[in-house]
Design a protein around this ligand. Structure first.
Ligand SMILES: [Zn+2]
Length: 130
């Protein structure tokens, strides 16, 4: 959970010991939907790393979805740490994921709220710390 992404290893950007293709890539390609709020959170972090704006918008709740995401290609994401979750499993309709996303020069500490939209997890909004 607290493993850092290393460029030398075939880890998914989200930090799991899987290749990107077999991890978040499956969600990005639309082959399957993230089964839990945490999986969606991880795949959205990977989408930031991969500059995949379409996926970020697709997984944003229609109620809070912005017209676009300003992705900065110069941003160097260095790792994702999941600090805690509540609900967000296959049996829930809502959930939260607290995480720290690190980038060169700083980090983002957030508790994100997720809700299901037509069965699929969607990002609603986040509360920021620090
Ligand atoms: Zn992943």
């Amino acid at each position: 959970m607290t493993r850092r992404v290393s460029r030398q290893r075939p880890h998914c950007p989200c930090g799991l010991e899987e290749t990107y293709e077999n991890c978040c890539g499956r969600f990005h390609r639309g082959e399957s939907a993230a089964p839990t709020a945490e999986a969606l959170m991880r795949s959205r972090y990977s989408a930031f790393v991969k500059l995949n704006e379409a996926y970020l918008l697709r997984t944003w709740h229609p109620r809070t979805r912005p017209p676009g995401v300003d992705l900065d290609p110069g941003m160097r994401w260095t790792g994702l740490e999941i600090l805690g979750t509540s609900d967000g499993s296959a049996f829930h309709g809502t959930g939260t994921v607290t995480f720290r996303a690190s980038f060169k020069g700083g980090s983002l500490h957030e508790r994100s709220r997720f809700e299901r939209v037509d069965g699929a997890w969607a990002y609603v909004d986040g509360e920021f710390f620090d």
